[in-house]
Every structure is written in C-alpha cells, then in structure tokens.
Write a protein that binds this ligand. Structure first.
Ligand SMILES: [Zn+2]
Length: 81
C-alpha cells in the first residue's frame, strides 16, 4: 500500500527494505509436545500461544501467554515438527 504512494517520489528504496523485513520469519516459534504434570496426557502446544492452553484430559493449565514465548506448565517432551 505504502509502496504505491511512494512511486511519485524517489525510486522506492524504502519499499524494498520494508519487504525484506516482512520476509524474516519469527524466530523460535514452534510446536512442542507437552506432558501434563497432573495426569500425564500429552498435548501439542504452540510456543507462542496467545490464550491459556488447558489439558484436554484434566483441565490443568499447560501453557500461559506471556507476550512472547509461552510459559509451559508441564513437561516438554520435545518438538512436534
Ligand atoms: Zn492433565
């Protein structure tokens, strides 16, 4: 959107830089296998959850959003990818 507007100004160097920034993937985000410490049920939890994730078996909180990497309230077994 901004690029189109900038066409009437200098050659869009700023546009190219903005595109490059968008292409950089979010570092460290991944799915993890988390074992509930209450009942042992295994769940797949995203590392950057935005809502609280509860165990599907017993309702114990498995992950809480913190603004960046979720706080995992259980045993992380490894990556789910
Ligand atoms: Zn549980």
């Amino acid at each position: 959107m901004e690029c189109a507007r900038n066409k009437t100004e200098k050659v869009g160097v700023g546009c190219i830089m903005k595109k490059a920034q968008i292409l950089i993937p979010k570092p460290g985000s991944r799915f993890q296998r988390v074992q509930c410490k209450e009942c042992g049920e295994e769940s797949v939890v995203y590392s950057h959850v935005s809502t609280t994730v509860a165990c599907k078996a017993c309702g114990n909180t498995l992950a809480e959003p913190t603004g960046s990497i979720a706080e995992i309230n259980g045993k992380v077994l490894g990556s789910a990818e």
